[in-house]
Write a protein that binds this ligand. Structure first.
Ligand code: PBG
Length: 332
């Protein structure tokens, strides 16, 4: 007779068969809660691969409709557009030009989508400024918060006119949500919604994105993006943006900030999204390319973890491929 009493409580019972595991799963994935970021390059004649993001390209205006078609066919919830202009200047003029690359791409995407998915746009100046910062600079070379708000409101109107349904405010200027909301409402764009990148950290994981948009930035964004060590501040930023009228708040990056995501998800009255950024993508792709991890499982696990921590929607460069796995039943 064994001296150890048999355990009465056995959590393993619910892990015994695939059917039981499926039944008790707490976090399921659905294509509708995935958003694909898309880059569109001005002047490109063919889609250009991005070296640090294998599988991701800079689209042309001509290749964009096909990308939208694939996204819609995959059943994902939306796309987030980024423009890569040929010419940049100190004010980021291309951002507010109706014929600037992002605004042109928005028109094309909205037409191609025809309401099947939500066309969203990045609202930030960094792709359009020659110094690469998210705002305009003052005479001492610092990012001028309030002067930048004027550029953001003009950019918001240009994006709304181009047909963007959801503006992604990613610049981390104080007061940007309220300023853009007021400007849109005054111009009659009351239905255009705002996604606030509320807790956006000054992260090394944006590295490959800077290749993707051919960033000219020297220095860093630490005077406006959050310090990676600050958890409470992430929640505070989200609460401020909700007060200012954000329709959705976001935490970014995702994988290294699950605690912040969980805090915001617990406190927020509006949907909470998370952005699985370029470096998170590149790390898994690179390790998988070496045969060091199982690519499919790592992708699924990384996105499930972000959902489990509290994200209602995940922006991910794997959105279309992952949606296909989900539909085939491979993503459980
Ligand atoms: C700013 C912006 C950035 C990303 C999205 N919007 C770059 C930054 O703040 O440096 C990064 C996204 C990614 O790394 O995938 N327009």
């Amino acid at each position: 007779m064994s001296s150890t009493p048999a355990p009465r409580i056995r959590p393993r019972r619910l892990r015994e068969t695939p059917a039981l595991r499926r039944l008790v799963s707490e976090t399921r994935l659905d294509p509708a809660e995935l958003v694909l970021p898309i880059f569109v390059r001005e002047g490109a004649v063919a889609p250009l691969p991005i070296a640090s993001m294998p599988g991701v390209v800079q689209h042309t205006l001509e290749s964009l409709p096909q990308a939208i078609e694939e996204a819609a066919a995959a059943g994902i919830g939306g796309v987030m557009l980024f423009g890569v202009p040929e010419v940049r200047d100190a004010r980021g003029s291309g951002a507010t030009d109706p014929d600037g690359i992002l605004n042109l791409a928005t028109r094309v995407a909205a037409g191609a989508s025809a309401g099947r998915l939500v066309v969203q746009t990045d609202l930030c100046l960094d792709e359009f400024t020659d110094h690469g910062h998210c705002g305009v600079l003052d005479e001492r070379g610092r990012v001028d918060n309030d002067a930048t708000l004027e550029r953001y409101t003009a950019m918001a109107l240009a994006q709304a006119r181009a047909g963007s349904e959801l503006l992604g405010l990613s610049g981390m200027m104080d007061g940007q949500v309220a300023a853009v909301r007021d400007a849109l409402d005054d111009a009659g764009h009351r239905d255009v919604a705002l996604l606030a990148y509320s807790a956006k950290y000054a992260s090394a994981f944006y590295g490959p994105f800077r290749d993707a948009v051919e960033s000219t930035l020297e220095g860093d964004r630490r005077s406006y993006q959050l310090d990676p060590g600050n958890r409470r501040e992430g929640l505070r930023e989200a609460m401020i943006d909700i007060d200012e009228g954000a329709d959705i708040v976001m935490v970014k990056p995702a994988g290294s900030y699950l605690d912040v995501l969980a805090d915001v998800a617990a406190a927020s009255e509006v949907p909470v999204w998370a952005y699985q950024v370029s470096g998170e993508y590149a790390m898994i792709e690179a390790a998988a390319a070496h045969g060091w991890i199982d690519r499919t499982r790592a992708v699924i696990e990384s996105v499930r973890a972000i959902r489990r921590a509290g994200a209602d929607v995940v922006l991910t460069y794997w959105a279309v491929e992952l949606a296909e796995w989900i539909r085939k039943g491979d993503a459980a």
